[in-house]
Design a protein around this ligand. Structure first.
Ligand code: ATP
Length: 139
């Protein structure tokens, strides 16, 4: 078999289900490229983009903004399970821009108040927003 099945699942349901020739994702340890017949692995993902080269197009690449989660590879199936994930075409850029500005304001306030928990939360929210903005540019 020279293709992989790629599924992305969130609490909203199945957000992606296609056949691919290669998938590139960012784990918490760095970038990883998965080809067919890859050995079984389970890895934590960073808040970053996942790139999928589909079997039904020579040139087209799908981009998915993935909000952390885990990726399992087994028997030519890639399952990504995340709190949220959006394809490039489904991203509301103005919402992400507003989320980015909100997170930046929260970071400033958390620094002023030396509130580490708020700073951590706001930093993660900022990463989510920046990731969505970056992925939306690939449409
Ligand atoms: P916001 O502050 O705008 O709600 P968030 O990062 O807190 O952003 P999440 O909690 O990660 O949002 O996601 C909640 C739901 O909204 C998920 O279903 C996610 O896919 C969706 N979502 C969040 N931001 C966007 C966006 N910019 N475009 C499309 N869907 C989004």
């Amino acid at each position: 078999m020279d293709w992989l099945t790629v599924n992305v699942v969130t609490p909203d349901g199945l957000v992606y289900d296609h056949r691919a020739t290669i998938v590139v994702a960012k784990t918490t340890d760095g970038e990883i490229g998965i080809l067919p017949k890859h050995a079984p692995i389970i890895v934590p993902l960073a808040i970053d983009e996942v790139r999928v080269k589909r079997t039904d197009s020579e040139t087209h690449v799908d981009w998915i903004a993935v909000n952390g989660g885990i990726m399992e590879v087994r028997d030519n199936v890639i399952s990504i399970i995340a709190d949220s994930a959006e394809r490039e075409r489904d991203i509301d850029v103005s919402r992400a821009e507003r989320a980015k500005q909100r997170a930046e304001r929260m970071i400033e306030k958390a620094k002023e108040n030396a509130n580490k928990d708020d700073l951590r939360r706001a930093t993660v929210a900022l990463h989510r927003a920046i990731n969505r903005i970056n992925v939306s540019k690939h449409t």
